[in-house]
Design a protein around this ligand. Structure first.
Ligand SMILES: Nc1ncnc2c1ncn2[C@@H]1O[C@H](COP(=O)(O)OP(=O)(O)OP(=O)(O)O)[C@@H](O)[C@H]1O
Ligand SMILES: CCCCCCCCCCCCC/C=C/[C@@H](O)[C@H](CO)NC(C)=O
Ligand SMILES: [Ca+2]
Length: 515
């Protein structure tokens, strides 16, 4: 309703200044009194007037490809009282936007990606936060885990959100700090793989300044610091599924994007030694890993996500206000109420798959990024309480290349006989090597042979273990137990908006709200 009021009345005082511009209150960044600039006074009859009063509305302008920019429109009139009334009324309307953050805790990784984090924050983000009257406490990290450790010490409850400036690894640190802190404060033991974790309501904002920035790209639709800053300012909220990863009864990590064994684990392990190369390290290690063509033997057991309304190959993408996420969350809550989490999982059957795999990828979101704009699983959902488990079995190098190339074009990457994909709510993986280890059948010679093969990439044998890549961090154990926690945390984002702009650049949703 307030959109209509805003538009019609504003036209009364300024039909010249802002023609055909519809701005929902929720997308106004700030309103300021403005000194009327003489250079602006070239509008016909107004020029002759003695004194003009003005105010400026800074608002979100939506450009192509989900990019947002800050635009401004100045409104003027001769009546000072009317001008003040407008400014006041708009400021009051902004005050009523309760989901907007007022105080943020910001962590900057100065060494992520191309080492531009500090500059990006100072030049592109801080001025916007200040325009929107958001106060900030800024910490430039001095070492890995600085942000995570700090989140266990500070009074997080005085903040409306935490912002991380960096890549997926930096986001992961902040997420671990926040989720870990919530569990600690609620007396939940993270080492218990079956624990019902406490949701984290303090939102995280991501200012992308990393190498892949897949979490930002998959939740906003673009990897762009200004766009992300504006999503934070307007107080967007996107719930996110989080997977917990355990080894026996020991908590290892949380994951929101990719948990990858084989191909992506090997890329990560190799690329960590080449951090000095910056984002290029992934291309270098990717090429090397592709040539090595290692496959790994192991067993996967999973429970299908029966509560979800979608499937990995239904081509239904997760978009702003996603219906599938809402319905799946509801369904899951009902199931849990009826049966209780433990009983239900104990009763449901596990599917077991043994094989030789080039890659095992579990993704909680599409994992779209600039390298692969549709991602590893284009129809994965951000908040449906499930992950897509992708198994790429042993195949020829040529076939694997065909599979990889399909991440970059419109063809279905799951349409290969050697690729399977399942929507799951939990899974376990054990490598053949750890199975053998456990049954004490492995001899020293075999261990040595494993090492030998690792050192000679031309050999594709399957005796060594790969490493798990957990959102860009390596895990110490190959045998893991993974469980998806539906909507465990929230981001300052709104998911990817349907791209349906009219000629004037208004999105369909804001037009519908106006009518
Ligand atoms: N001051 C610091 N010095 C060294 N390492 C840091 C510092 N601050 C954070 N880190 C660590 O750097 C790692 C990588 O950072 P980040 O994710 O920002 O960049 P990236 O790895 O280049 O990008 P991406 O994760 O998108 O591939 C994180 O795991 C984080 O723990
Ligand atoms: C010959 C063409 C090959 C093109 C292959 C394109 C496939 C790219 C898919 C990238 C998916 C990245 C998923 C994201 C993972 C992140 O968690 C992690 C940390 O940033 N990044 C990486 C690279 O592990
Ligand atoms: Ca999901």
């Amino acid at each position: 309703m307030d959109y209509v009021l805003w538009l019609k009345t504003i036209q009364k005082i300024s039909s010249y200044a802002l023609e055909n511009c519809f701005v929902p209150i929720s997308e106004i960044i700030a309103v300021e009194e403005t000194e009327f600039n003489k250079k602006q006074r070239n509008i016909g009859r107004w020029q002759k007037m003695a004194k003009l009063h003005a105010f400026t509305v800074h608002y979100v302008k939506k450009a192509r490809n989900h990019r947002w920019r800050c635009s401004a429109a100045t409104f003027w009139c001769v009546d000072e009282h009317l001008c003040n009334q407008w400014t006041q009324a708009l400021k009051e309307l902004l005050e009523m936007q309760k989901s907007r953050p007022k105080q943020l805790l910001v962590y900057i990784n100065p060494f992520g990606g191309k080492r531009q984090g500090k500059r990006i924050y100072e030049q592109k983000v801080a001025p916007l936060f200040s325009l929107a009257s958001i106060s900030t406490d800024v910490v430039v990290t001095e070492h890995a885990n600085h942000a995570k450790d700090n989140l266990f010490e500070v009074n997080i409850y005085k903040y409306d959100g935490v912002v991380c400036v960096g890549g997926d690894g930096m986001f992961s640190e902040v997420m671990h700090g926040l989720i870990g802190r919530m569990q600690k404060d609620s007396g939940i033991d993270q080492n218990n793989p079956k624990a019902s974790l406490v949701q984290c309501n303090i939102r995280i904002g991501i200012i992308p300044a990393g190498s892949t920035d897949c979490i930002c790209y998959s939740t906003v639709g673009i990897s762009d610091p200004v766009t992300s800053a504006l999503h934070i300012i307007v107080g967007d909220c996107q719930p996110l599924d989080v997977s917990s990863v355990h080894h026996n009864d020991t908590f290892l990590k949380y994951s929101v994007s990719l948990l990858g064994y084989g191909f992506y684990g090997d890329i990560l392990k190799d690329s960590e030694k080449k951090r000095w190369m910056g984002p290029m390290r992934y291309d270098y290690s990717g090429f090397k890993t592709f040539l090595s063509h290692h496959y790994y033997e192991g067993t996967i057991a999973y429970q299908p996500a029966k509560h979800t309304h979608g499937s990995p190959r239904d081509k239904v993408s997760c978009r702003t206000g996603c219906y599938i996420c809402k319905q799946s969350e509801k369904q899951l809550a009902e199931q849990n109420k009826e049966h209780g989490l433990k009983k239900e999982e104990g009763e449901e059957e596990w599917k077991v798959i043994k094989g030789k795999f080039l890659a095992i990828n579990a993704v909680n979101m599409s994992c779209a990024c600039p390298r692969s704009p549709k991602g590893l699983s284009p129809a994965a959902h951000l908040a449906d309480g499930s992950a897509d488990l992708i198994l790429v079995r042993k195949c020829s190098r040529f076939d694997f290349l065909r599979y990889l190339v399909r991440h970059t074009n419109q063809d279905d990457q799951f349409d290969f006989p050697f690729v399977d994909v399942y929507r799951v709510k939990c899974f376990q993986f054990t490598s053949k090597l750890s199975e053998d280890n456990e049954s004490n059948v492995m001899d020293v010679g075999k261990k040595r042979f494993g090492q030998f093969c690792r050192d000679h990439p031309a050999c594709c044998c399957n005796i060594v273990n790969s490493t798990w890549n957990c959102d860009g961090e390596t895990l110490d154990s190959s045998a893991i137990e993974v469980r998806v926690h539906c909507q465990l945390m929230k981001l300052f984002a709104r998911g990817i908006e349907e791209d349906c702009k009219d000629e004037a650049g208004h999105s369909q949703s804001s037009i519908e709200q106006l009518l």
